[in-house]
Design a binder for this molecule. Structure first.
Ligand code: F6P
Length: 352
């Protein structure tokens, strides 16, 4: 982690985005690439995450490639969920290609990506991470690229659903992203005035959910909006785990096919007395332009990653603590998920 001499004009810096896309990725790529180009370095854009590094699908980036991308969603490099261990040998090809082609690599991605970055750095590869996950559950950082945009979309969706729910006196169940944690449901729900938020960290039963809806109705509320994180445990709700395995990358369950939002809505409907509708926000939360906040912080963490690489400080990732950026070893983010804290959920619940 010790900083070495800053190398001006002599490095070949690769940049890649891996895992699910998120609004703000282009702002981070732009920060790394423009700063490097203006310092006279060469920048190599690796296509489609680790798969592009395994088979070395890459191209030099020029300043013109970065024009107008700060506010563009998606990733100009492409991304993929790619399993470097299946078929075996992917990691070794990545190590070999870094050694052959690059003096530094900035890997922008979530926990899966940063576990690979950490593995590579442990073997001497010159890798710096950048924190990205729309789910906001990377350990050790208060900021992950894409989360602010996602919760803004959730909040706007709840605003829109509120008017139709109120007009029809309905219960609206809204399923948000959040594979293992409830950050998107909770903070999107808080901003959008959700009347109940169901997250994996603080399980509720169907009885709890229905009792709350009955209470609200008795208190004179003709409608309710229930935000449910896609990763909520179905068995806690009285269902059985379901869902199709992804055919892409490390084969986790595709949560959208588990249908927790539809499950909750069906159970409320079966209880009787409520007219219920379901909205699955899905990839709308990942598409389109990043918020200004995501553009600014993606630029800041991208710039910090570039600075680390150019100073020869590898095996690290810039993390956000409060309003500060701190460089920490990659292993900090590689070991699990950051859970929604109790006090934040209690704050949400104060408005149910
Ligand atoms: O990990 C981020 C995430 O957006 C999750 O919230 C969601 O379950 C998953 O990606 C969806 O991935 P895919 O686009 O591969 O279906």
């Amino acid at each position: 982690m010790e900083g070495a001499e800053r190398r001006v004009g002599s490095m070949r810096i690769g940049v890649l985005t891996a895992g699910g896309d998120a609004p703000g990725l282009n702002a981070a790529i732009r920060a790394v690439a423009l700063m490097a180009l203006r310092d006279g370095h060469e920048v190599i854009g690796i296509s489609n995450g680790w798969s592009g590094l395994a088979d070395y699908t890459a191209r030099p980036l020029k300043e013109q490639d970065l024009a107008g991308v700060v506010g563009l969603g998606g990733t100009l490099l492409g991304t993929a969920r790619y399993d470097l261990d299946n078929p075996a040998g992917g990691r070794d090809r990545v190590l070999a290609n870094i050694a052959e082609h690059l003096d530094g690599l900035v890997a922008i991605g979530g926990d899966g990506t940063q576990r690979i970055s950490h593995w590579l750095a442990e073997r001497g590869a010159p890798v710096v991470g950048v924190p990205k996950t729309l789910d906001n559950d990377l350990l050790g950082t208060d900021y992950c690229i894409g989360f602010d945009t996602a919760i803004s979309i959730v909040a706007e969706s709840l605003d829109r659903l509120y008017t139709t729910a109120a007009s029809h006196h309905r219960v609206m169940v809204v399923e948000t992203m959040g594979r293992s944690t409830g950050w998107v449901a909770a903070l999107g729900g808080l901003a959008g005035g959700a009347d109940l938020i169901v997250v994996p960290e603080f399980p509720l039963t169907m009885e709890d959910i229905i009792a709350h809806l009955v209470r609200r109705r008795s208190a004179g509320y003709g409608f309710s909006i229930v935000a449910v994180a896609e990763g909520v445990n179905l068995s806690t709700l009285g269902g059985t785990e379901a869902g199709e395995l992804s055919t892409e990358g490390v084969r986790g369950v595709r949560l959208a096919t588990r249908g927790v939002g539809h499950f909750v809505a069906k159970r409320i409907d079966e209880h009787g007395g409520f007219e219920v509708r379901t909205t699955v926000l899905g990839h709308l939360q990942r598409g389109g332009s990043p918020t200004a906040y995501d553009r600014i912080w993606a630029t800041r963490v991208g710039a910090a990653a570039y600075e680390a690489a150019v100073e020869g400080t590898f095996g690290v990732i810039p993390l956000v603590r409060g309003a500060e950026i701190v460089l920490r070893p990659l292993e900090v983010v590689a070991g699990g998920q950051r859970r929604l804290p109790r006090e934040l959920y209690d704050l949400c619940a104060a408005f149910f």
